[in-house]
Ligand binder design. Structure first.
Ligand SMILES: *[C@@H]1O[C@H](CO)[C@@H](O)[C@H](O)[C@H]1NC(C)=O
Ligand SMILES: *[C@@H]1O[C@H](CO)[C@@H](O)[C@H](O)[C@H]1NC(C)=O
Length: 269
């Protein structure tokens, strides 16, 4: 009872009476970690929020200097705090005003290596005959992760009929997809997997012809020939019409005379 009274009387100084923050969560994209939270219901507008992190390796809560005076809804960048991709971390948020503090609200556990979402790599595709050559680059923010991711998932689709297949290969910055049909367009989407990461995001499809399609050069020849034929056709038609007009003129000139005079005159002209 004495203890209880002491606790209550300490409320004269700083009292736990602000609503606790809610929805404390850590999200991570390409190894950049962000903590977000919502203020508790009926939180006064002059309330600030402070963040602490916990490393299961060190077993101690410690404040995050850059996130000690957040306003409602302001995210906290934990990229520098959660440095070791193998460690398990937690974060917690507390609301405070000049005279009051709230209880802490604790996030779920977070491990950078397994919880970060690996964004799509940069991909370029070019043809090499009956094959495609892929060039793959991952975001620089992956930093240390580079040593841990080890796979590529290549999703290949033939544009013409949608026939598709998937390859799972070891990570390389250059990769060749062989045994394809020459002169045909394929589209490739790439995602990168790491040792324990199950959140890869696939790139957009990148499309290329295995070799220059037959259309390009031979189509020019075909169109050329077609144009030549057309020109010839016009010429012949023109000649026929012109010839017809010529004989009609001749006929018209001759007709009145032939009607009155001897028809043999016309044959002579
Ligand atoms: C906050 O969390 C509650 C319960 O976990 C959930 O129902 C609600 O949708 C969340 N709100 C937001 C804005 O994420
Ligand atoms: C978070 O911090 C990291 C490391 O300091 C920085 O590279 C990144 O740009 C920051 N992210 C945001 C959204 O400010």
């Amino acid at each position: 009872l004495w203890n209880f009274i002491v606790t209550v009387s300490s409320c004269a100084g700083v009292c736990v009476s602000l609503p606790a923050p809610s929805n404390v969560s850590i999200s991570s994209f390409n190894m950049e970690h962000t903590l977000r939270f919502l203020p508790g219901l009926d939180t006064p507008s002059d309330t600030h929020f402070t963040v602490q992190i916990f490393s299961f390796r060190r077993n101690v809560w410690r404040p995050v200097a850059a996130c000690s005076q957040l306003t409602a809804g302001q995210p906290c960048n934990l990229t520098r705090e959660f440095k070791n991709p193998f460690f398990h971390y937690q974060a917690r948020v507390q609301a405070y005003t000049a005279t009051q503090t709230s209880p802490w609200t604790v996030s779920g556990q977070f491990q950078p290596l397994s919880d970060t979402v690996l964004g799509p790599p940069e991909v370029s595709v070019s043809g090499c005959g009956n094959c495609l050559l892929l060039h793959i680059r991952v975001p620089t923010t992956w930093g240390q992760l580079k040593d841990f991711y080890r796979g590529l998932i290549l999703h290949v689709q033939r544009t013409r009929d949608g026939v598709q297949f998937t390859l799972s290969v070891p990570y390389k910055e250059e990769h060749m997809i062989a045994y394809l049909q020459p002169g045909v367009e394929y589209c490739v989407s790439v995602s990168v997997t790491s040792l324990s990461n199950t959140n890869p995001v696939s790139s957009q499809p990148h499309c290329a012809f295995t070799s220059p399609p037959p259309s390009r050069s031979s189509l020019h020849v075909v169109f050329g020939l077609l144009a030549a034929f057309c020109a010839l056709g016009f010429l012949v038609t023109g000649l026929v019409i012109y010839g017809g007009q010529l004989s009609y003129e001749l006929l018209r000139q001759c007709l009145p005379r032939t009607l009155v005079t001897d028809p043999t005159v016309c044959a002579g002209t």
